[in-house]
Design a binder for this molecule. Structure first.
Ligand code: HEC
Length: 251
């Protein structure tokens, strides 16, 4: 018995260890895969800001264009570089070796990142950069300490002077009617182009898009689920009728 308990404890150790390493808090979001406008905006942010370093090499451009209802010619003109074709996989020009040489760690492919990290983690990570002189790119991250990625969205967000705090909520300014987000970054070293609420929305869209990337079939799967449930319900009714018919004479 003792042996069994011991074995179980040892088997649990890695779980406990990884639980201990995780961040202390995450800002929570409810992504919405049915919001095509949000997915389109997210794709735009991704292709303009992330694609230089991170590929989405397990998916093709034309699939994204179709799912997100973006006409192929517009997609090609605004979201793709000229040397790629609409049927191509979404790879990047930078090789892993070069990536490692430039950054110390090669920027990983992000097709499945939402499945690995979860959407709350991504949302907090993307809004979690802050100034840190001791780091090679001058920034650190609240959920990924000593991260090797530069702050790709610094023009939009601005550079936060200290580690952002958990978001406490959004309130409406009674004088201007503006939405003000409480918590998050409270002091900036450089101003960004977007307000805090706008930047949060933009990162929500980006995470929404990354979740779509990790499971493009999600909406379809959920829609099919209803058909399956409906079928099973009808089937149940018929099988119950049959059951009654067959047992009528026995009972
Ligand atoms: C200049 C290159 C560069 C750009 C641009 C860039 N990244 Fe990164 N990113 C990196 C590198 C390098 C790493 C690896 C960091 C590490 O592991 O320490 C990384 C890591 C990440 C990770 C963490 C992956 C993990 O290990 O879980 C995520 C998520 C991520 N990037 C998302 C993005 C998004 C979204 C954008 C666009 C807004 C973006 N990155 C733009 C270079 C870049």
């Amino acid at each position: 018995m003792k042996k069994v308990v011991f074995t179980l404890l040892v088997a649990l150790l890695p779980v406990l260890a990884s639980a201990a390493k995780g961040p202390e808090w995450l800002d929570r979001i409810n992504t919405d895969q049915a919001d095509t406008r949000s997915l389109q905006r997210g794709a735009q942010v991704y292709f303009n800001n992330c694609m230089g370093c991170h590929g989405l090499e397990y998916a093709r451009y034309n699939r994204v264009a179709k799912d997100l209802e973006i006409p192929e010619d517009i997609f090609q003109e605004y979201l793709m570089s000229t040397d790629q074709r609409i049927g191509d996989l979404m790879t990047i020009a930078m090789s892993r070796q070069d990536g490692t040489r430039f950054f110390g760690v090669a920027p990983p492919d992000l097709t499945l990142i939402a499945r690995v990290r979860g959407t709350d983690w991504l949302y907090t990570y993307l809004r979690g950069f802050y100034a840190d002189e001791t780091r090679p790119y001058g920034v650190n991250n609240v959920v990924y300490p000593d991260v090797g990625m530069p702050h790709a969205m610094v023009d939009a967000q601005g550079l936060c002077a200290e580690p952002p705090k958990p978001v406490a909520g959004v309130r409406i300014d009674p004088l201007t009617g503006d939405r003000i987000s409480e918590g998050g970054c409270e002091r900036y070293l450089t101003e960004g182009q977007l307000s805090k609420v706008e930047f949060d929305q933009s990162m929500f869209d980006l995470v929404n898009f990354l979740e779509y990337m990790g499971e493009p079939i999600k909406l379809e799967r959920q829609r099919l689920g209803w058909f399956v449930m409906a079928f099973l319900t009808v089937f149940l009714a018929f099988s119950w009728l049959l059951y009654r018919e067959l047992w009528k004479d026995v009972k």
